[in-house]
Design a protein around this ligand. Structure first.
Ligand code: DOR
Length: 452
């Protein structure tokens, strides 16, 4: 159930939107941004927030999260993870289908939307999933009911691999929504894993993970996906690019071209590939084990540059929580994935502090681009008439402490790190949801609408 929030006027902010940073005020009424200007004066009954030069951004839209519901609520659920996301400035999320049961038909999809209603702190969309045998359900998808179709072209958590070549071909030909892919070639990985198991047994050192989930596996699978998309004219979004080598496969340039047309094949990378590299396995071990694997420092630098150069279109998290007990198992039993939503925006803004990206570029990749790519109606921008999903960023340092983690798994790969900024306030559909130190109000997320 959503509430009608009180009208609010935010004054003296540094607004960041559509490539520009400018000083101004922003008025919220009935959950929407109703006015952007300067010198706006307060009306009767309005709450006035003096933003005093702090950065005001549209809420981030995370196009890749695993909130684990239904089926794995012992480690995460829609309420806990969306709370963590909103505390971190991520006001909308798109959740993956590798749940239990997996989201393989319209009934499973609608079950997720029902679960989220009234419990999600942010706005929500759920992906449909592909398998080797749900082609009819894929063809029947209502394109307005889901951001897209997730195809695991590499096996990961949840065993949803699609590896039948005829099925893949039909999916790329017939899917009524954008296709988003996990690209890692499973036979390549299986062969490497067998070699490492022969050498180490189950206790393979964590730093071998990028050699097992290898760059060759990523390149081979990404090439296959792009080839299929070109052949069939599919709208393809390749998730979590982790290597420098894959970058040459994508078209550089803005997501929306000067003539108004949009790239049909796009790429995403994730926050952890920008903040960690091979050297971090020694300290963090399985805590940063994920698929695809975090690779070398050179990959990390190339991925940051690819965001700046518009080779990569979207920045996301791939938030994939697992318990500490699970992460403490030997390599072959330790699941892949890490919790990221709560500190993902702050971690991304470190790249601004380091001079590698501008705030406007972070906003482009983490808010505007996912809205455009998935045809999200009325969100992702500071525009009059759009939903008032907003983040106020303070230039006050934040040190990540385990006791502050809101994700149910109760840990963060960033523990002990100090970021140069803080999430000072977050509004979701016009209602204050995070006041800088705690969640306030009640969950106010809405179902995302896809305008296509
Ligand atoms: O590291 C990962 N974790 N990669 C995936 O593809 C799945 C995810 C999960 O669900 O745990």
């Amino acid at each position: 159930m959503t509430t009608t929030p009180p009208p609010t006027l935010i004054v003296n902010a540094r607004l960041v939107n559509e490539g520009r940073e400018f000083d101004g005020d922003l008025r919220i009424a009935d959950g929407l941004i109703v006015e952007i200007g300067s010198g706006l004066s307060a009306r009767a009954g309005e709450t006035v927030v003096d933003a005093a030069g702090r950065r005001l951004l549209p809420g981030m839209i995370d196009d890749q999260v695993h909130f684990r519901e239904p089926g794995m609520e012992y480690k995460a659920d829609i309420a806990t993870e969306s709370a963590a996301a909103v505390a971190g400035g991520l006001t909308s999320f798109m959740d993956m289908p590798n749940t239990n049961p997996p989201t393989l038909d319209a009934a499973a999809l609608e079950d997720k939307y029902r679960r989220a209603a009234g419990r999600a702190w942010g706005n929500y969309g759920f992906y449909m999933g592909a398998s080797n045998d749900n082609l009819e359900a894929i063809r029947a998808i209502d394109p307005r009911a889901t951001p897209g179709l997730k195809v695991f072209m590499g096996a990961s958590t949840g065993n949803m691999l699609v590896d039948n070549p005829d099925t893949l071909d039909a999916i790329f030909r017939d899917a009524p929504t954008p296709i988003i892919t996990h690209c890692e070639d499973t036979p390549t990985i299986d062969a490497l894993l067998a070699d490492y198991k022969a050498r180490y047994g189950d206790d393979i050192p964590a730093e071998c993970h990028p050699d097992i989930r290898s760059r060759e596996a990523c390149i081979k699978s990404t090439r296959l996906a792009i080839g299929l998309a070109r052949q069939h004219g599919t709208r393809l979004h390749v998730l979590h690019i982790s290597t420098a080598d894959e970058l040459a496969l994508f078209e550089p340039g803005p997501l929306v071209r000067a003539d108004g047309s949009r790239k049909r094949i796009t790429a995403e990378t994730c926050v952890h590939f920008l903040r960690f590299d091979r050297a971090d396995y020694a300290r963090l071990g399985h805590l940063i084990k994920c698929n695809p694997a975090i690779k070398d420092a050179g990959d990390r630098e190339a991925l940051v540059a690819a965001l700046a150069d518009d080779v990569i279109d979207v920045l996301a998290t791939d938030h994939a929580p697992h318990t500490l007990e699970e992460k403490g198992r030997p390599y072959t039993g330790a699941p892949s994935g890490l919790p990221l939503v709560q500190y993902a925006l702050l971690a991304s803004l470190e790249l601004v502090h380091e001079g590698k990206l501008t705030t406007a570029q972070v906003v482009q990749k983490f808010a505007h681009a996912p809205a455009q790519l998935f045809d999200v109606a009325g969100r992702g921008f500071l525009r009059e008439g759009h939903a008032a999903d907003l983040v106020l960023v303070d230039d006050t340092p934040t040190t990540v402490r385990r006791e502050d983690v809101l994700s149910k798994c109760g840990w963060s790969p960033f523990e002990g790190m100090t970021f140069h900024a803080r999430i000072g306030a977050v509004w979701v559909n016009g209602a204050l949801a995070w006041d800088g130190s705690q969640l306030v109000g009640t969950p106010n997320g809405q179902r995302l609408a896809f305008d296509r």
